[in-house]
Ligand binder design. Sequence first.
Ligand code: NAP
Length: 383
Amino acid sequence: MFDIVLPQDSKPLAGTFDVLIVGAGPGGMTAAIYCARGRLSTVVLERNTAGGQMALTERIENYPGFPEGISGFDLTEKMKKQAGQFGADLREITTVAAMEPAGDRRWRIVTDEETLTAKAVVLAPGVEARNLGIPGEAEFLGRGVSYCATCDGALYRGKQVAVIGGGDSAVEEGLFLTKFADAVYVIHRRDQLRANKVAQERAFANPKMHFIWDSQPRVIRGEGKVEAVEYQNLKTGVVASLPVDGVFIYVGQAPNTAFLQKIVDLDEWGYIKTDPLLRTNQPGVFACGDARTTPIKQIAWAVGEGALAGIQAEKYIDLLGEPEAAAATESEATESEATEAAATESEATEAAAQSPISSEASGARGTPTGGRSAAHPGGEPTA
Ligand code: NAP
């Protein structure tokens, strides 16, 4: 059962924490703000750089509080600062090699840098760009092929580039590229964009944006660097070559969850499955953000999930000190799993897509407010 005695001194032993957060995107960073502000020793593992996909976004216009818009880099820096000032420990790593139970109701996370343990884990590993998988893509990476307009766009001043895809990323980042490039060709496999309407209107009104419809890139060619992309019209079968200096690929995303296989339940695409309170199938392990099975991938949504996951982690740790309450929560979780197992995956997905807010708000186990404030009768912790 629960044999953890919470230390009186909140200062963690080296490598041991209350909460370990994997991922420093908007979900992970929000969870960190909540946990660290709740006086839990909190470590956040950021892979290479913080911010995840958000940091690669040139201009964010749909996150509340920034009516003029804000760059992904600046928003990342603000979130980092906020988490840091409450005491969250942000550590840069390259990869998480393993996650496993460490006994005594703790989890062990092995990174390329060190081994850490924590009572609760919030998984927010995010997603990364999917490859197109055509000849020339890997060969010319960094020599004309890019997955990040924000990072590489300025290299294409006065040049001609192709953008592959028709979603929000392709269109919005394509628009960003028009600041530098003379011409941006969006090559899309259908004759309609998937991107939001505002982005579409801007793209169609921009004289530097051009669209090549119903077409699939087949090969990227060049001598030492990108010189052309060859594409095929899917309706006529005709193959054409477009001379370009750069190819920016935005054909969707894949979750960074390989290290979680056989540890937490993933869906068929590798996204992390949780219940409505963001609990995975493992006790003390929560998930939030784009790597979770969610109906939408948005910063505002990830931030909301980060708040919920952070509060759930706090609540879980509080309950570790109250064996009976914790046991009740465990049996509740088991009950809920049985109920959820009865519903088919497609029913669940459909419900989430139709009414994500109401389905979450009506979670059978009550409101997701944490027990942490009750555990701090002396009032809110200060920064
Ligand atoms: P996405 O929405 O999945 O769009 C991927 C695009 O690539 C689609 O147009 C798809 O074509 C195309 N595609 C996929 N596989 C392909 C292949 N093998 N060959 C050629 N084309 C292919 O991905 P995303 O644009 O990266 O966006 C990911 C998520 O982040 C979305 O939920 C999006 O709404 C969100 N996001 C939001 C914002 C914002 O709110 N401002 C900004 C960026 C991203 P089809 O259309 O034919 O499927």
